[in-house]
Design a protein around this ligand. Sequence first.
Ligand code: HEM
Length: 332
Amino acid sequence: MRFRRHALVVFLIIALFLFTAAVLGTPRAHADGIPQAVKAEALGVDPGELPILIQAAPPPPPEQDTCMHCHLTGSIENMWTPLWRWLAAGAGGLVFAFGAYRTGSTWIQRRRWKPIWARALEWIDDRFDIVEPARKVLEKPVPLFATRWMYCLGGITFTLFVIQAITGSLLVFYYKPTPEAAYESILFIENEVRFGAAIRAIHHWSANGMVVMVVAHMVRVFIHGAFKAPRELNWVSGVLLLILTFSFGLTGYLLPWDQRAYWATTVASEIAGAIPQIGDLVLVFLRGGWDVTAVTLSRFYALHVIALPVFILILLGAHFLMVRRQGVKEPL
Ligand code: HEM
């Protein structure tokens, strides 16, 4: 019961956070329809001098607009369009119909109502026998000392990684990894895609949070001496996870392909190039040549969205299995 209440509170906090981020992000995520010349005149500047965020293009004519409700109505009426009205009313109707069916069924059978998800789970369990093995994994008690906040740092890092995976998967729908199109596609995500600015902002902040949390987690593990026998390999897998987390940061930073991205990558790969003996090799490997070019962009993109996620998932699996096997180290 306590667990359920906690889960509910956590869920509500996450929902509130996402809602706020979405609401704050939305004004930037929509073209406002005011021609740039009018905005520039109002501000008394040249149209070219308008800051990027208020340069949003006017909406295209309805027949060229990719958003569904504009197709349905031929006009934009914020969120409260006929499509949304139908969806809301339909959902309300379904809830009502289901409630009536459930009440009737309980009345007739004189038995407690079994939730649909419980029936579905039973149906699957009859065929695949998964509940018992899953219970063994999920019901392992957590020692009281490990419920203190400093033991949550690894879990928070993992939660942020999951957020990165979800928001990143959404961003790749619109991002284009070529020098000609990359920056344009970022502007498109910021100004045109619904919730695009919010999703990009969440990806950005959660990336920062992940770096902070992984370092904090490592410090906690170090201070508690949890790297000593028998947990040496967990520390080693942790070091690899740290390198992977930083690599996500490095490869992701180049993707907007603006001045900051370009020069940050130039400097970072220059630093790698200063490693004694193998410096040149590392530099050419990172850049895909002697300079930061289109090849660098595509290899950073491939690393960021395919290679690094695969490696990190494998390592996380190993990391968690080891924690499970050995348990969390007791405090000093
Ligand atoms: C993506 C990065 C990482 C994630 C998601 C992660 C996740 C976790 C989680 C959930 C735990 C169990 C509870 C806890 O202490 O928080 C744990 C334990 C551990 N982690 Fe990490 N970790 C990461 C990176 C690291 C790093 C960088 C190191 C060290 C270099 C490290 C070393 C360890 C060790 C030694 C333990 C066992 C701690 C103990 O038994 O008390 N991990 N990790």
